[in-house]
Ligand binder design. Structure first.
Ligand code: HAM
Length: 417
């Protein structure tokens, strides 16, 4: 029975302090998205299973092993979203948004994958997600990556993160590459894992994603995609990297970066960290020109990425995130009543106010300091008779008696500092 009172394995409550951090990440993402002209959208948490199955790739780990799929009471096969992109593409097609291009769409919310839980990996996690639809030019790839870099800067975690990029080429490049890969892998067919034997027939590029050790040894000697680009694909990627160079965004070229979902072409990228053990990708995405067409919509080039909110939270300096209150410390009954009014006024002016009624003044001051208050406002009968309050700044210990009119200015100055 008691086990049933635990959250389900791979899920977590996001309580108080954690939620403050969570909101901080989402707010920062929304703000930075705003600088790039994104609008916000929300799509359902579950979709018809086909929305994901047909687009992410039958042989991908996400579809073959990780989806939360169930029949509803009407017998429809539904799936909890394992990512945002396919659902947004579905909304784009079913909402007939094709005549509003280009679109830049920001979303955030829970995502579900049945993976083995470990540090930085959950079964219900949360993403901030960015999609640019109707964006054929390499400048969109550059902007997507720049947005990601700016988000990491804003959150103060950029110095712990590196950017890896690759190009998966266009359809022709991938056809050429797939043929070469199959030729190479066929020689090792009997040594491949069972999963990879199936993939060899159905979707050989997914073998590059395999975590099986035997497979990994074979893959190490496999041809890499960069040898099979068409001139157009080479040129497209050169324009992306040139743009990143112009913006001073540092990256490493990683020939082995193929991403775990089938819909990608051209640019693929991951911002990774060494701070989270094996789960190293923090933001990841790329271009997916074919996805909307595959769904039966108009051919619509697109590029985007998603960030794992929990992974970003794990990297943030928590101290920075807490907002700082003004502590009101009234002494005596009359002051307590006045404090209620003063708290109301200060909150109306946008201050975060904590009312500290109980305990002696020393204790209350200590508590205020522990909540990292910017200042304490202290007053009893004597101050009220003189029409002043005492203000003590916690950072530098400055103390002054000020009139209620001067109080806002004085607190404002602390706030700025
Ligand atoms: P993804 O690489 O599968 O891409 O996931 C994006 C990010 O979600 C990862 O980099 C990671 O931070 C986080 N993440 C993934 N799985 C877990 C997990 N089990 N626990 C915690 N965090 C996790 C996508 O989802 C694509 N839809 C991104 C995209 C958008 N591509 C184009 N547009």
């Amino acid at each position: 029975m008691s086990q049933k009172l635990q959250p389900v394995r791979g899920t977590k409550d996001i309580l108080i302090e954690e939620h403050r951090l969570f909101s901080h990440v989402v707010n920062a993402a929304r703000r930075v998205a705003g600088l790039y002209g994104f609008d916000e959208v929300a799509t359902p948490i579950f979709e018809f299973t086909d929305v994901f199955k047909r687009t992410l790739g039958d042989e991908s780990d996400v579809v073959s092993k990780e989806m939360y799929t169930f029949d509803d009471r009407g017998g429809e096969s539904l799936t909890l979203r394992p990512e945002f992109t396919a659902g947004i593409a579905r909304a784009f097609v079913s909402g007939g948004l094709g005549n509003q291009l280009p679109l830049k769409l920001f979303s955030s919310g829970p995502v579900f994958r049945y993976e083995r839980p470990q540090k930085g990996r959950q079964r219900q996690f949360h993403q901030v997600n960015f999609e640019m639809l109707g964006a054929a030019e390499p400048v969109a790839d550059i902007e997507a990556i720049a947005l990601g870099a700016q988000l990491l800067e804003t959150l103060g975690v950029a110095d712990r993160i590196a950017l890896q990029i690759n190009s998966l080429g266009d359809t022709q490049s991938r056809d050429n590459y797939r043929a070469a890969l199959v030729e190479y892998l066929s020689d090792y067919k009997s040594e491949l894992s069972e999963d990879s034997k199936v993939r060899l027939e159905k979707n050989p590029m997914r073998i590059l994603d395999s975590k099986d050790e035997g497979d990994r040894k074979i893959i190490a000697g496999a041809p890499v995609i960069s040898g099979y680009y068409t001139d157009e694909a080479t040129d497209f990627f050169a324009q992306v990297t040139e743009g990143l160079d112009m913006l001073g965004i540092k990256y490493t070229r990683n020939n082995h970066l193929v991403r775990g979902l089938d819909y990608y072409c051209h640019t693929a990228f991951e911002f990774t960290t060494e701070a989270l053990g094996a789960q190293n990708a923090v933001l990841a995405g790329g271009r997916y020109d074919g996805l909307i067409g595959t769904m039966g919509g108009p051919q619509t080039p697109a590029v985007g990425f998603a960030g794992g909110i929990e992974r970003l939270m794990a990297l943030i300096d928590r101290q920075v995130v807490r907002s700082r209150p003004v502590a009101l410390i009234p002494i005596g009954e009359r002051a307590e009543k006045e404090a209620l009014v003063l708290a109301h006024t200060l909150r109306g002016e946008g201050f975060y106010v904590e009312l500290a009624y109980s305990g002696n003044v020393k204790k209350r001051m200590k508590k205020a300091n522990n909540t990292n208050a910017i200042a304490a406002v202290i007053f009893g009968d004597e101050e009220l008779d003189n029409g002043v309050v005492k203000v003590k700044a916690f950072d530098n210990g400055d103390e002054a008696a000020v009139t209620p009119d001067q109080l806002l200015d004085r607190l404002g100055a602390f706030k700025g500092g």
